[in-house]
Design a binder for this molecule. Structure first.
Ligand SMILES: CC(=O)SCCNC(=O)CCNC(=O)[C@H](O)C(C)(C)COP(=O)(O)OP(=O)(O)OC[C@H]1O[C@@H](n2cnc3c(N)ncnc32)[C@H](O)[C@@H]1OP(=O)(O)O
Ligand SMILES: O=CC(=O)O
Ligand SMILES: [Mg+2]
Length: 532
């Protein structure tokens, strides 16, 4: 591996605040020097873009509504396409996602899915050990040496023709406090991207696969351009061909839906597609309109992809991508297999099938699943309705970009059960996350950082924009919230659920965030203060 020329004294100015024992093979001086170099070149821009997010949100709080940008009209109306897409990514009909845990990586690579998105974001709790072990696991997956033996003696190894690996680093907002450069805390995104690229890009490039990334939670084309510059610099520094690092961007914030052409354009030499990250998108809708009492959402179960603002978003994404030669990936249905109850399982699988059928017939080129058992289900539907590797030819010229449709309020109700479920999910997810688990099943649904954030943001809105009524006309109030939270905290503490030992700590956090007069941007930022 060539060491970037700029890294003359790799460790000068780098301080590790986490344990290093057992991590030396990942945290090599050259790898850390590379990451520090990225920090010095790009962190100032990252911080400025995060400040722009705050300023943008203040404008929304003051009544402004998100809209298409007048200054980028030429990009939207111009005639251009993204660069050709590599063979390994031409057929992405089913993508499995999951945290960077060793056994799950092997299971995901073997799942039969075309792509495995290895996730340092929504499904990962960024403990220092999770981050560094995750990098080692991915390096071993790339070099073909990954194996695992469970406590029960079951052996795991990767089969022939595994899924294509795509890595999702953390979003721009998350810090990695275990690494400081020149006294600044490193960005989680730069650590995840930097270590993965440093250890694997060349090896991947040498095969018919490459260094491929999913980029989460972007709000603007400038944030996309920052990623483009980081990747271009990394390609030079690691002596890789320009454009070999490929990106798929999640459109999972409300501001970003108004800049899809612009984001594709900013990354046009390396972007492969956009993905409908529906859960964060709903969370972002809630956050963007945190001061708009006329745009509260009904309970989570009613905010499905056929609700007008979500339908408008997914269809505009398909139309935009296909106009530019990029793939329009679908998203994640939250249902997972239910063991021991055939009827409930069949009902859950029917919901997954319906969701995938909607996606493929709308024109999506592929979709996400959360669990290996869902791969054949999603694949059967895409195989039946998408005989070609993708459907770039489905242009969806019927779709018109209309601001009001993209922000339309959603009708529905809040039931006592929906309120109770939001409290339970917030609490149990936060407790599991504090215990180092970033994705857990709760009542047979996958819950991760994005789905839990919806629950948290909704509770805040219903309580602060009151009086909000339940469907039975009783009022939602803080006394009830406190009572329901206390009951769930007690139940969790007594249970064997993940995070049971963290129940009280999680409850204190959720209570503070819900009572606070301002809706905080991310649950994971204050929670990170408590993570080891
Ligand atoms: C909003 C978004 O960002 S979506 C993307 C982020 N979310 C995700 O990636 C979801 C990932 N999924 C998961 O973490 C898990 O499926 C959960 C937590 C939802 C459920 O996990 P479990 O309850 O352990 O599932 P279950 O017990 O049915 O697992 C059965 C087997 O499948 C494996 N498995 C389950 N999900 C996955 C996965 N996503 N990838 C790889 N293997 C998996 C398990 O490791 C287990 O393997 P084993 O039989 O060899 O021991
Ligand atoms: O990252 C995906 C989402 O739905 O959020
Ligand atoms: Mg997300």
């Amino acid at each position: 591996m060539a060491v970037p020329k700029s890294v003359l004294d790799p460790l000068a100015g780098v301080r590790l605040n986490g344990p290093t024992e057992g991590f030396a093979d990942v945290l090599t001086p050259a790898a850390l020097g590379f990451v520090a170099d990225l920090h010095r070149r790009f962190d100032g821009r990252r911080l400025a873009l995060l400040a722009e997010r705050v300023a943008r949100q203040l404008r929304y709080d003051a009544g402004e509504l998100p809209d298409f940008r007048p200054d980028t009209r030429a990009i939207r109306e111009g005639d251009w396409s993204v660069a050709p897409i590599p063979a390994a990514l031409q057929d992405r009909r089913v993508e499995i996602t999951g945290p960077v845990e060793r056994k799950m990586i092997i299971n995901a690579l073997n799942s039969g899915a075309k792509v495995f998105m290895a996730d340092f974001e929504d499904s990962s709790a960024p403990t220092w050990a999770n981050q560094v072990d995750g990098q080692r696991n991915l390096r071993d997956a790339v070099n073909g040496s990954i194996e695992f033996t469970s406590a029960e003696g079951k052996h795991y190894a990767v089969v022939d023709d595994p899924a294509v690996l795509v890595v999702r680093p953390r979003g721009w907002h998350l810090p990695e406090r275990h690494v400081e450069v020149d006294g600044d805390v490193l960005a989680g995104a730069l650590l995840d991207f930097g270590l993965f690229a440093f250890h694997n890009a060349k090896a991947l490039q040498a095969r018919d696969r490459g260094p491929y990334f999913y980029l989460p939670k972007l709000q603007s084309m400038e944030e996309a351009a920052l990623w483009d510059d980081v990747m271009a610099y990394a390609e030079d520094a690691l002596e890789l061909p320009h454009g070999c690092m490929k990106a798929t961007v999640l459109i999972e914030t409300l501001p970003a839906v108004f800049q899809m052409h612009e984001i594709l354009h900013a990354l046009r030499t390396r972007i492969v597609g956009l993905n409908c990250g529906r859960w964060d998108y709903i969370f972002s809708y809630l956050k963007t309109f945190r001061a708009h009492a006329d745009r509260l959402l009904p309970e989570r179960g009613q905010v499905v992809m056929t609700v007008p603002f979500l339908k408008a978003y997914s269809e505009l994404l398909i139309h935009t991508c296909h106009r530019r030669g990029a793939f329009a990936m679908g998203g994640m249905a939250a249902q997972i297999p239910i063991r021991g109850d055939d009827e409930a399982n069949e009902a859950a699988m029917a919901k997954v099938r319906a969701d995938k059928l909607r996606e493929v017939t709308a024109g999506h080129d592929g979709t996400w699943v959360a669990h290996p058992a869902l791969v054949p289900i999603a694949q059967a539907i895409f195989d039946e309705h998408m005989p070609t590797p993708n459907q770039l030819h489905v242009t969806r010229d019927d779709v018109i970009a209309r601001r009001d449709a993209l922000i339309a309020p959603a009708m529905g109700t809040v039931t006592r059960a929906g309120f109770d479920n939001n409290v339970e999910v917030c609490l149990r997810y936060t407790a599991a996350w504090l215990d180092g688990l970033g994705c857990v099943p709760i009542h047979n649904l996958m819950e991760d950082a994005a789905t839990a954030e919806i629950a948290r943001a909704q509770l805040w809105q219903w309580l602060h924009h009151g009086p909000v009524e339940f469907s039975d006309h009783a009022l939602i109030n803080f006394a009830l919230f406190d009572q329901v939270l206390a009951a769930h905290t007690h139940r969790l503490r007594e249970s064997k659920h993940p995070g049971a030992a963290r129940a009280t700590q999680a409850a204190t956090l959720i209570s503070a965030l819900t009572h606070a007069s301002e809706l905080r941007d991310f649950l994971t930022l204050p929670a990170y203060e408590h993570l080891v």
